[in-house]
Design a protein around this ligand. Structure first.
Ligand code: FE
Ligand code: FE
Ligand code: ZN
Length: 297
């Protein structure tokens, strides 16, 4: 276990360089890890992994000294394993996920973050039941070994995963627990109503309800909204209601030191903020002028 800060951001995965381009983007930010969607986040169309330069990327990662075990994938946010109302939506989520686990493994990546799902009016219990059914269908027949990290959600609309208890209930119902993990998103837990500033309180609660062994990745985002707003709107580091000092506590907590920290903060005036934010984090110096420097109007 290294004590080195493991930090990166969401990066693009687009033509023509795909995986190699994603790695270059991460390196340009001074990151030593990153998160990709294996295609567009808002749809499920995917190219064969060889066309996205999977094998070439794995070699490139090794050459650049990035440990692929810290690299994370994210499932498209439109898939919904929790939909018990529309069979087609649920089936698409299952089918996509089955392929995604192997696709991710082709990139050498060991974990994919997924929003648990939304119950779309059927109620939390029915939604959770459907998610469990879906995860078992996918994992019982999986040979990739890829971990699905269920993300803690803000509770927007009918989203499931707003509380640690909901995540725990899902885990309890899944047979192959070795392939389950959790992604803690600081913006989401704030918007869901947790007191994000009490980091030890949050982590103690996580340990009590889920178990910190399940925690695989931390999404570090500030929030545009007050605690409990149920909104899910990310803000740049230090410009929201969570604030720079609290976010730094998560980033440098010894209890989270072994986990990748991924920024999903918004672009400023069309410019990616990640290089600036990562240097602000590494130097432990807050830059109040960041948005102005990035050309905010
Ligand atoms: Fe997410
Ligand atoms: Fe997130
Ligand atoms: Zn979010």
């Amino acid at each position: 276990m290294s004590n080195k800060l493991i930090i990166g951001s969401h990066v693009g995965m687009s033509a023509p360089a795909y995986y190699v381009g994603a790695i270059d983007e991460a390196l340009s930010y001074g990151a030593n890890t990153f998160m990709i969607y294996t295609g567009a986040p808002q749809n499920t169309r995917r190219l064969p992994t060889n066309e996205m330069h999977a094998a070439e990327g794995i070699k490139y990662l090794a050459k650049k000294g990035i440990d692929v075990k810290h690299v994370v994938a994210h499932a498209p946010y439109i898939i919904n394993l929790g939909n018990s109302v529309k069979e087609d939506t649920y089936e698409l989520a299952v089918t996509f996920l089955q392929d995604e686990l192997q696709r991710v493994a082709d990139f050498g990546i060991t974990m994919v973050v997924m929003h648990p799902g939304a119950h779309v009016g059927a109620g939390v219990e029915a939604g959770i039941e459907q998610i469990i059914k879906g995860l078992n269908t996918v994992l019982d027949n999986d040979t990739s070994g890829t971990i699905i990290a269920l993300e803690t959600m803000a509770g927007k609309g009918t989203e499931i995963g707003r509380t640690f208890e909901e995540i725990r209930t899902i885990i309890d119902g899944v047979h192959k627990k070795s392939q389950l993990g959790v992604c803690l998103d600081t913006c989401h837990i704030n918007d869901a109503g947790y007191d994000v500033h009490d980091i030890d309180g949050v982590l103690d609660e996580f340990e009590r309800v889920i178990g910190l062994d399940y925690l695989k990745v931390v999404h570090v985002n500030d929030s545009k909204n007050e605690r409990g707003a149920g909104k899910d709107r990310h803000e740049n580091i230090g410009f929201g209601t969570i604030g720079y000092d609290t976010l730094l506590k998560y980033i440098y907590s010894p209890r989270l030191a072994h986990l990748p920290k991924i920024l999903e903060t918004p672009y400023v005036n069309g410019v990616a903020p990640y290089g600036h934010e990562i240097s602000m984090i590494k130097n432990k110096v807050w830059n109040a002028d960041l948005k102005a420097e990035l050309g905010e109007k």
